[in-house]
Write a new protein. Structure first.
Lengths: 359, 302, 275
């Protein structure tokens, strides 16, 4: 049984701090995805958990043991690398069995474990090949097989699918998900692809600038992003933003206006704004609907008609550019004026520090 | 949780993990010991001994006298000048001939394998053997070269006996032996040039000559820089070929610093010999460091 | 049209390189086949009789079978120095490529210095005498190792940096200790550059003349290059024997050339493209 606990975990290279004190609890058996733009520290954090990077400060527990100074081999972890990192001079069989050999596992046990892993991953026919004779997907399987035979408490994945083509990526994603169900082990998975994060995770950790921005279930992050960064990062296409100020607050509804929008109602039972507050309004492209009396008016730019939906670039009066994904086919013309509306329950407000205003 | 509240000073809760690096530092040790004892230590010792009159058993400090002697004695100055001439001539010829041969060998010429092997093989042959062979071939009256020239009615010179020519003759043999290396370096550089550039140049209507001048030459500059640096340092340090062919003669006509060092060593002037080493070191530093800086700076511009 | 031009050009190139590069070697071989009288003419003529075996025998037994001793000495020096070079340089090249410390700059500077700075000969002799190694094969071997380390290290370092670091890390996760990472994962992958190192350094050390001249005086520990040099004065009238000697010491590099041409070229051009 191994959960993980990170307490004020820090990493600096000389004066440059890349991980700025991270607190995080991961339950046993959870599938956790670290997601963020490149350079956000997600890979560094994973490598610190693996023991490939020294920990500069704070405490890391795996199970109930502090492992800051424990060698990687004694942490009960296994890791799958982005490049697969298969040993080119060994066969698949030896690649998978290398760790067992180093641990001086008896030959019969080793053989049985390797074959078991190969069976799980359906790669028994590949065991005699060298990595250079394998396709990308097959290499990926071997890399996962190498992790499985170690029977780790915690699996670490460092962008494992980014070298595969799109179709294969979907397949492997499902296999990893299935593997998680079958093995019941804790898995930590790093990616910059938010679709992977949304589909795989029990819990997503959004990182930026070496700091945790938000932790939560995928749908929670989508519906209730904690700040502008998370709101912009999760969801595709990206959320639209515009500067506004609060006009009035009455009942559960706050009304906001700005240079680009006039009188947009937002559901806000908490009433945590006062008239005159400087705010940012966020609306997802999918939440915009065409309405003749709409409060958001702009000029139509590029229109992409996909049949089932229509993606419209909209230029607002201030020059800001918004995206709207409209249902069905809409024959819009470039340059024409378009009025849109948004469901008050789906619009989000952020304060001038970028934090979401709780409903 | 905002970024501003999280950015505390690093290392407040310092729990320095003392994990061993997976790359053991002691891997340096064997090499470091041999290199320090047999290369670095003598090099530093030479700085002192070059300032002494030295019998190996005791050394008398005489300041800069040895260096003064180097700049006073005409035959020592001659050696200094010869060294530079030799290095310039050999590296210059290796660059030009090596590049031409490499261009030829990367073109659609027949028997490329044969040509490449034949040009490269002398690189691997004993320098002493080559020196002796060419001493025989370059004999003014009985050497094959002059006999061959006589067929065409040319009276060949005294390659190694004419004091004005001896150094250049040895340099020529050096080029004969070493041009194969320059050629393969250039070949490696030339095949690394993407074909696209030539195709683009062809669409722009470049002639073969323009191709060479505007595409090949600038793009194989790393190879040029390697060839020049390697053969220039080699030329400055050259000893074995000169010693096998002329022993610095006739007179001191083909002496270089390296042969002077050996002669002074043989004569028991250990301090002077060591000063020669230091002079050679300074010469290399003064000429090669700016040269490589020049070659690399030009590269940075591309 | 183009094809014909290439054939004509090829023929001209073949003829020219034949005269310049091949004839000197044919000359050596012909001389080695001649008897003393004919060889004294030093001309490019067909041998009047087949005297190669006599010549070889005479060269080999001269000065109390000096040639045999010399071949043995040269072989020992070459084999042992190259073995040490490969081991030491692989270790340094590996750690140097992988581990970033503040010493790296200094180490790299010392390596470059080793390629440029001419060895200080007399102080080295003085030092070897102090260590009781002057004039011994041990001393010579250590000197060859010291002088050739920089080049070998550069070859190894360049090659190690092409091996993805992920492999080391995968091995570490798999439970490999530092020596396991080096010997089981990295070293097997270094085989190509090891072959290159062996071949290039063997040829260089076998052909080395200058260093044995300084550090191996006397006859007891002479190398083949030294004996050839000494024979030059001894055989000043017996050109057939002199050239037989040259022929004999050209055979080892020739064999290397025939079998390892590709590795030699790879080693000697390493870094040329990158600059």
């Amino acid at each position: 049984m191994a959960g993980l606990e990170l307490k004020q975990l820090r990493k600096n290279y000389g004066k440059v701090e890349v991980i700025k004190g991270i607190d995080l609890t991961i339950e046993h058996g959870e599938f956790v995805v670290f997601v963020g733009p490149s350079g956000c520290g997600k890979s560094t954090l994973l490598r610190m958990i693996a023991g490939l990077e020294d920990i500069s400060g704070g405490e890391l527990r795996i199970g109930d043991k502090v492992v800051n100074a424990v060698e990687p081999r004694d942490r009960g972890i296994a890791m799958v690398f982005q490049s697969y990192a298969l040993y080119p001079h060994m066969t698949v069989y030896d690649n998978v069995g290398f760790g067992l050999k180093l641990a001086r596992t008896p030959k019969e046990v080793r053989d049985q474990k390797i074959r078991e892993a190969a069976r799980i991953l359906q790669m028994e026919h590949l065991l005699d090949r060298k990595p250079s004779q394998l396709s990308g997907g097959q290499r990926q399987r071997v890399a996962i097989g190498r992790a499985i035979v170690r029977q780790p408490e915690v699996f670490l994945f460092d962008e494992p699918l980014s070298n595969l083509d799109a179709a294969l990526r979907v397949d492997m994603r499902m296999e990893i998900s299935k593997l998680h169900n079958d093995l019941g082990a804790t898995m930590i998975y790093v990616t910059h692809d938010q679709v992977e994060a949304m589909t795989l995770a029990d819990k997503i950790v959004v990182l930026d600038g070496g700091v945790v921005q938000q932790v939560g279930a995928p749908i929670e992050l989508y519906q209730r992003p904690a700040n502008l960064f998370v709101a912009g990062f999760i969801g595709s296409p990206k959320m639209n933003f515009v500067s506004v100020s609060a006009d009035s607050v009455s009942g559960d509804i706050a009304t906001v206006s700005g240079p680009d929008v006039v009188g947009v109602p937002v559901t806000l039972p908490s009433r945590k704004v006062a008239p005159g507050d400087k705010l940012t309004l966020g609306v997802r492209p999918h939440d915009l609907v065409v309405a003749a009396s709409g409060s958001i008016v702009g000029r139509v730019g590029l229109v992409e008609r996909l049949g089932n939906e229509t993606i419209v670039n909209l230029e607002l009066p201030s020059g800001a550019s918004w995206l709207a994904v409209l249902e069905g086919d809409q024959a819009l013309k470039r340059g024409e004026s378009l009025a849109l509306d948004v469901d008050p329950a789906k619009a989000l407000l952020f304060d001038d520090a970028g934090q979401a205003i709780p409903r | 949780m905002s970024a501003s509240t999280m950015a505390g000073s690093p290392g407040q809760t310092e729990t320095r993990a003392i994990k061993r690096s997976p790359y053991p530092g002691w891997f340096f040790t064997p090499a470091a010991i041999v290199y320090t004892v047999l290369f670095l230590a003598p090099t530093f010792a030479s700085l002192y001994f070059s300032l002494t009159r030295w019998t190996l058993f005791d050394a008398t400090f005489i300041g800069l006298d040895n260096f003064a002697q180097f700049l006073r004695e005409p035959f020592l100055i001659k050696g200094l000048i010869n060294t530079v001439i030799y290095a310039v001539v050999t590296s210059g010829l290796k660059v030009v001939v090596g590049l031409l041969l490499a261009v030829m060998l990367t073109s659609q010429i027949v028997a490329r394998g044969y040509l490449r092997s034949v040009i490269f093989f002398p690189v691997l042959v004993s320098t002493v053997g080559v020196g002796i062979t060419f001493t025989v071939l370059m004999h003014p009256t009985q050497g094959m070269i002059n006999e061959g020239l006589a067929i065409f009615g040319i009276t060949g010179p005294g390659w190694l006996t004419d004091p004005n020519l001896a150094l250049y003759s040895v340099a020529l043999v050096d080029v004969w032996k070493g041009v194969g290396l320059a050629t393969v370096i250039y070949i490696a550089g030339l095949v690394a040039i993407p074909r696209d550039y030539y195709e683009a140049a062809r669409i722009d209507g470049a002639t073969p000559w323009q191709n060479f001048w505007y595409v090949t030459l600038p793009l194989c500059r790393p190879a040029t820089s390697t060839v020049i640096t390697l053969s220039f340092i080699g030329g400055l340090r050259t000893f074995d070929l000169i010693w096998a062919m002329t022993k610095g003669g006739p007179g001191f006509a083909s002496d270089t610093i390296a042969s002077v060092i050996y002669k002074q060593y043989q004569a028991g002037f250990y301090g002077l010999s060591t000063a020669g080493n230091v002079v050679l070191f300074i010469l290399i530093a003064v000429l090669v460091v700016p040269l490589t800086m020049f070659l690399n700076r030009k590269q940075g511009h591309e | 049209m183009k094809k014909r031009a290439s054939i004509i050009g090829g023929a001209a190139a073949i003829a020219a390189t034949f005269v310049v590069f091949v004839i000197p070697f044919i000359f050596i071989v012909l001389m080695a086949f001649k008897d003393r009288q004919q060889s004294a003419l030093r001309d490019f003529s067909w041998p009047t009789g087949f005297h190669l075996w006599e010549n070889v025998f005479e060269v080999v037994k001269t000065r109390n079978w000096m040639m045999i001793t010399a071949f043995i000495n040269s072989s020992i020096i070459t084999v042992v120095s190259v073995t040490l070079l490969v081991i030491f340089a692989a270790m340094v090249g590996y750690v140097l490529a992988r581990r970033r410390t503040r010493w790296n700059g200094l180490i790299e500077f010392l390596i470059l210095a080793g390629l440029m700075v001419p060895p200080a000969v007399v102080p080295t002799i003085w030092l070897l005498q102090g260590l009781k190694l002057f004039g011994t094969l041990h001393g010579m071997i250590l000197v060859e190792v010291a002088y050739n380390l920089p080049f070998s290290i550069i070859l190894y370092r360049a090659f190690v940096s092409t091996i993805p670091r992920d492999l080391d890390e995968a091995a570490i996760i798999d439970g490999a200790r530092p020596l396991d990472v080096f010997f089981r994962v990295v070293l097997p992958l270094l085989w190509p550059v090891t072959v290159t190192n062996i071949v290039v350094q063997s040829v260089g050390i076998f052909n080395d003349f200058t260093n044995p001249l300084y550090y191996l005086p006397g006859n007891a520990n002479a190398t083949v290059q030294l004996t050839l040099y000494n024979f030059q004065s001894q055989f000043s009238t017996a050109y057939n024997l002199l050239f037989t000697n040259i022929l004999l010491i050209t055979i080892p590099p020739l064999l290397v050339f025939l079998f390892f041409n590709r590795q030699i070229v790879a080693g000697m051009t390493a870094g040329a493209v990158k600059g």
